[in-house]
Design a protein around this ligand. Structure first.
Ligand SMILES: *Cc1c(COP(=O)(O)O)cnc(C)c1O
Length: 470
């Protein structure tokens, strides 16, 4: 596969270059495949239940062709995914796609684990290690640390702001051993980011070590997230056929979004033939994308803190990819967009629990409310000419192409549940009055000894540490 760049379509690189570079430092653009080949019709048209790992392998093949032989790719997928996503039906037309069954209990495990193994594969002929530096404000660091743990040829240094992340998140970052270690920096997330960025352009370090990043713009994190969209939409189609005799339901996927990596992966799966009719882009009060869809103007802004804090992003990095793939008019036909404030998040967790018995986390809650509003008549009102007010929580006023399917009761919804509710126990308890069950693997992490290394917020000190310890 050839990969080009969102800012310069004359750029042509292979998968290895796109993965190891992360982004194109010459243009500042993001890598994107030149095509999204459709899966074989025998897979897309089947009415039987798909296998997650076979779907994953078929989807990954074209992007790795000529660079990773099929047998090696299969081994990467088997090793990356000892767990899979689970599709849970919570009412006759609503499914929850649970993406939190990986080691760190959030959906980022799907992308990070594939990326780690692909990087290790491309590094296998080098005798010296590849050093990953990553600054994190929480979830990304634990997914990346866990994904690279014990992966040969690579070591990882995670920087996080001491005292500024939740105790559970801190435990998840600071208890790694072996090839992954964490530095607790006396500063903010931005300070951590700055230390890492300065290191990447430091010639002394670059001449001595092979440094790389592992952030969410890497194409090898986006592609594997497409696997579960394909798997879940084929499964929902098969289930609807078996249980409701709904031959060809319109499948609407609602995605809790921050950097819009997850949603971009959904768009890729749809281009590859996933039977998805439309998307709902759901955000918290960081409503940069809903505002863009409503007004046509894209305005990045500082982020604000919310209960769904993994989505606290004011300048979503994958906007650039979405805008490269579609015009604004196409986006308005493809997506509904929706946003919810903190009060709405609490209400939604409660409402989902009351109506269905399902305990949802604050991120999934944004998506649940969006879907529940949509199927209970919100879109119908918009089609009837009601003007939405985009500055208030709720649906943006564009009417997507698929709205009529919902009105005609031919649609089923898939809500992406991106984290285990136990990771956000306090917020869930505030909403429903009880604590979610803590999974064993989170409980275990809480018992492990803290191994984080204290670090001053000072570049020279950080550099000296790298020189002595990498
Ligand atoms: C990262 C994250 C999101 C946002 O995903 P994007 O790909 O950045 O849009 C949503 N929920 C949880 C729990 C996350 O960790």
């Amino acid at each position: 596969m050839i990969y080009t760049d969102t800012r310069d379509s004359s750029v042509k690189v292979d998968f290895k270059t796109a993965v190891l570079n992360g982004m194109n430092s010459k243009t500042g653009g993001l890598y994107i495949p030149v095509e999204f080949p459709r899966l074989d019709e025998s897979i897309l048209k089947s009415n039987s239940e798909p296998s997650f790992r076979s779907v994953a392998l078929e989807m990954a093949k074209p992007y790795c062709k000529g660079e990773i032989p099929d047998d090696d790719l299969d081994a990467i997928i088997q090793d990356a995914y000892p767990f899979i996503s689970k599709l849970n039906q919570i009412d006759p037309i609503t499914y929850i796609l649970e993406l939190f069954h990986g080691p760190t209990c959030a959906f980022k495990d799907f992308g990070a684990r594939f990326m780690a193994r692909v990087m290790s594969y491309f590094n296998r002929e080098n005798s010296d290690n590849l050093h990953i530096l990553v600054a994190t404000s929480g979830d990304t660091g634990s997914a990346v640390g866990s994904a690279f743990h014990n992966v040969p040829g690579i070591d990882v240094t995670i920087l996080y702001p001491e005292g500024k992340i939740s105790p559970l998140q801190e435990k998840q970052l600071s208890t790694f051993t072996g090839n992954v270690r964490a530095l607790k920096v006396k500063g903010t997330f931005d300070d951590c980011q700055k230390l890492v960025k300065t290191a990447f352009v430091d010639e002394d370090l670059r001449s001595k070590f092979r440094l790389s990043s592992a952030n969410s713009i890497n194409i090898s994190r986006l592609l594997p997230q497409g696997f579960y969209y394909m798997y879940a939409s084929l499964l929902a189609k098969a289930k609807s056929y078996i249980s409701n005799k709904l031959e060809d339901p319109a499948i609407i996927v609602t995605v809790p979004s921050g950097n819009f990596g997850n949603l971009t992966s959904g768009l890729i799966a749809q281009k590859m033939g996933a039977p998805i009719t439309g998307f709902v882009a759901a955000t918290n009060s960081n409503r940069t994308i809903p505002d863009w869809i409503a007004t046509g103007k894209y305005e990045a802004r500082p982020s604000v803190e919310t209960y769904a804090n993994a989505m606290d992003v004011g300048a979503p990095s994958n906007y650039e990819r979405i805008a490269a793939m579609y015009s604004l008019e196409e986006v308005r036909k493809l997506f509904a967009s929706y946003w919810l404030d903190n009060d709405g998040i609490i209400e939604s967790i409660k409402d989902c629990h009351t109506k269905t018995g399902y305990i949802i986390d604050p991120h999934g809650a944004v998506a649940w409310k969006a879907w529940d509003d949509i199927r209970s008549g919100c879109l119908e009102k918009l089609m009837g000419g009601l003007k939405g007010d985009y500055t208030k929580p709720g649906l943006t006023a564009n009417v997507p192409d698929w709205a009529k399917e919902v009105v005609n009761k031919n649609a089923v919804g898939i809500i992406l549940e991106t984290a285990d509710p136990a990771k956000f126990g306090a917020t869930v308890k505030q909403a429903i009055g009880k604590d979610p069950i803590i999974p064993d693997r989170l409980q275990k992490v809480m018992q492990l000894p803290d191994k984080a290394i204290p670090m001053e917020n000072n570049y020279e000190t950080f550099k000296q540490w790298l020189m002595e310890n990498l």
